[in-house]
Design a protein around this ligand. Structure first.
Ligand SMILES: *[C@@H]1O[C@H](CO)[C@@H](O)[C@H](O)[C@H]1NC(C)=O
Ligand SMILES: *[C@@H]1O[C@H](CO)[C@@H](O)[C@H](O)[C@H]1NC(C)=O
Ligand SMILES: *[C@@H]1O[C@H](CO)[C@@H](O)[C@H](O)[C@H]1NC(C)=O
Length: 387
């Protein structure tokens, strides 16, 4: 699908609003000087972004037992990487294949595997990911039911479980589909609150609505078993702000909330869901934020949306665009908070995304909300406690 023609006019309108897009200045996305990728090997005291130059969307990082565990969208399989260091070049980190479906099998999880995450729940590790049986080419008669093209209409959420308590040594087995009522579901994550487990994912209002993409929540009785019915499912965010819509302010098609991720303030215990807004292949893709302000995450009113725009966004001065789908971790000594996100190095909204993995330290505001930095390339001091 060629997006560009439809984009040009509205994007020039955006310039008046201070958003930058110059279609005459498109750069090759994937040329990186190895000396500027990750930890500076000669000093060991600084690092630069990106920390991985492979085309890798939807980075998910967790720190466990002295190791950083990292997974991301490969499209074809579930790949886990690990390193003692958050900022060393992840292109060359140890790699383990966890799951590789046969793309010809027609299994519901067989193609276009997106946004895997790895979570420790009780004594096991769970991989939660999105996939579809049809490589995002639904039958034309099915596609025709949607008001707009809906290539991802058959994407659903799946869960793999480890056979042991060691995330690296374990083998992983399919536990099945997470019930999303046979409706579109991508970017699902676990949300933990008051000893309860929830599934938060990007959803449509009904089977064929296609857009907007919202955030939905259901209650889980186990990491793979949904206990809510469709009528108990709740939407907790819809892309109703102009900065969540592309082109800016146009509701409906391409208005998106996705990539939700729980972020807990380690001091105050406040719970946030930081999500990605706007459209993934544009410079405007950014992070938005919800805060849980009541006791029941299943109530729409208990979520307060940060309405003053993106909390983390593109920085054209540093040639960092489309900053989104983040996860959160800490320095090795646990004292610093880090956001791990993907971004593009071109502001051309090409359908062929090229995303690299990046990380930056962030701090916490007095009111307990996260204070994200400007997206930059560094060099930055390495995380505290990194050897
Ligand atoms: C890496 O460190 C060396 C030695 O301190 C310094 O000369 C060089 O500029 C640094 N490179 C980057 C990309 O920061
Ligand atoms: C997993 O998928 C990626 C993307 O296609 C590919 O580069 C990689 O080689 C695959 N890994 C294995 C072990 O098949
Ligand atoms: C899922 O949970 C329901 C109750 O919420 C229970 O009846 C059912 O047995 C569970 N299924 C599995 C596969 O664990």
């Amino acid at each position: 699908m060629r997006l560009l023609k439809q984009w040009l006019f509205p994007l020039f309108v955006c310039l008046a609003n201070g958003q930058s897009f110059d279609p005459n200045n498109v750069k090759s996305p994937n040329q990186f000087d190895p000396a500027h990728v990750g930890t500076n090997k000669s000093s060991g005291t600084t690092y630069s972004n990106p920390i991985m130059t492979t085309n890798a969307g939807d980075p998910f990082m967790v720190h466990h037992d002295g190791w950083y565990l990292f997974t991301y969208s490969t499209n074809d399989n579930i790949t886990l990487k690990r390193s003692r260091s958050l900022t060393d070049n992840w292109d060359t980190a140890e790699t383990k294949l966890l799951f590789k479906p046969d793309p010809e099998s027609g299994d519901p999880w067989s193609t276009d595997l997106w946004a895997p995450e790895i979570h420790q729940i009780d004594d096991r590790w769970y991989i939660i990911f999105s996939a579809t049986p049809d490589a995002d080419s639904p039958h034309p008669l099915q596609d025709a039911i949607c008001p707009f093209e809906c290539p991802a209409v058959n994407h659903r959420m799946f869960v793999l479980e480890s056979d042991g308590s060691d995330p690296w040594a374990s083998n992983y087995f399919m536990k099945g589909m997470l019930n999303t009522f046979d409706q579109f579901a991508i970017d699902g994550t676990y949300f933990r609150y008051n000893n309860q487990l929830y599934h938060i994912y990007s959803c449509w209002e009904d089977t064929y609505s296609a857009w907007p993409a919202n955030l939905c929540i259901t209650h889980l009785s186990s990491p793979w078993n949904v206990s809510s019915s469709l009528t108990q499912r709740r939407m907790i965010s819809v892309p109703d702000e102009p900065w969540e819509q592309v082109p800016y302010g146009r509701a409906g098609r391409l208005a998106t909330n996705e990539g939700p991720q729980q972020l807990t303030n380690p001091k105050t215990g406040q719970n946030f869901v930081v999500y990605s807004a706007a459209r993934v292949n544009t410079p405007f893709y950014c992070l938005g934020m919800l805060e849980l302000v009541g006791d029941d995450p299943m109530e729409y009113q208990n979520w307060r949306k940060h309405r003053d725009g993106c909390v983390f966004h593109q920085n054209p001065d540093a040639e960092v665009y489309g900053t989104g789908h983040a996860s959160y971790t800490t320095s090795p000594d646990g004292t610093e908070s880090y956001v791990v996100y993907h971004a593009q190095t071109t502001d051309d909204p090409t359908p062929d995304l090229y995303r690299t993995v990046r990380t930056q330290k962030f701090t916490w505001n007095e009111d307990g909300t996260p204070n994200f930095p400007k997206a930059l390339n560094g060099p930055f001091p390495v995380p505290k406690g990194q050897k």
